[in-house]
Design a protein around this ligand. Structure first.
Ligand code: IMP
Ligand code: MG
Length: 185
């Protein structure tokens, strides 16, 4: 038997997420500098579901971005911010002189987004903004701009829609609060 997802309680349903992503895509589509080929960069791994839905919502509004993924990780304890970040999967797309939207599932300590943003900035994009589906400001240790936010969330561990707890729960179609005590990635 494959492992079943850990016990959870739904926080944001599929239609609520879908509706919010349509709104975000409209705003982002209006803000992107026109006349340039935009790039959406997803942070691995948790953003993959959000990126898939966000780029298709952007496409419905006439924006067809190129897509790439960047892997940044913290050294040390996964749920604590050690302050040390490493790039384990680099970009393949050349972002120089192009509008870039950096996308993650959730901003928690902010370290991943902060490091990813610095990494992309060093490659001289024309324009760079960040977009997170979820913002958990209670645990922020790195100051980083979250330019587009889907939902503000409290300091709880969330699973589903790409987010996991110990590798489980990413395929759930909604976002849920983990009820058992398994808050590790
Ligand atoms: P940060 O660098 O501390 O902001 O961590 C962001 C990363 O931690 C996200 O990209 C997620 O992969 C993971 N993360 C933070 N909070 C949660 C959560 O509640 N559930 C699942 N993953 C989370
Ligand atoms: Mg992540």
């Amino acid at each position: 038997m494959p492992p079943s997802p850990p016990q959870h309680r739904i926080l944001f349903s599929e239609p609520i997420i879908a509706g919010r992503i349509e709104q975000l895509a409209r705003v982002i589509g209006g803000d992107l500098p026109s006349g340039f080929a935009p790039v959406v960069i997803g942070l691995l791994t948790g953003s993959f579901v959000f990126v898939a839905d966000l780029v298709r919502a952007l496409a419905r509004g006439g924006v067809q971005p190129q897509v790439d993924f960047l892997g940044v990780g913290h050294y040390g304890e996964a749920t604590q911010s050690s302050g040390m970040v490493t790039v384990y999967k680099n970009l393949r797309v050349d972002v120089r002189g192009r509008p870039v939207l950096l996308v993650d599932d959730i901003a928690d300590s902010g370290l991943s987004l902060h490091a990813a943003r610095a990494h992309v900035l060093a490659q001289h994009p024309l324009w760079l903004r960040t977009c997170v589906l979820l913002n958990k400001p209670a645990r922020r240790t790195a100051e980083v701009a979250t330019d587009y936010v889907g939902f503000e969330v409290p300091d709880v561990w969330l699973i589903g829609y790409g987010l996991d707890a110990g590798g489980q729960g990413r395929a759930l179609p909604y976002i849920a609060i983990l009820e058992s005590d398994q808050s590790t990635t």
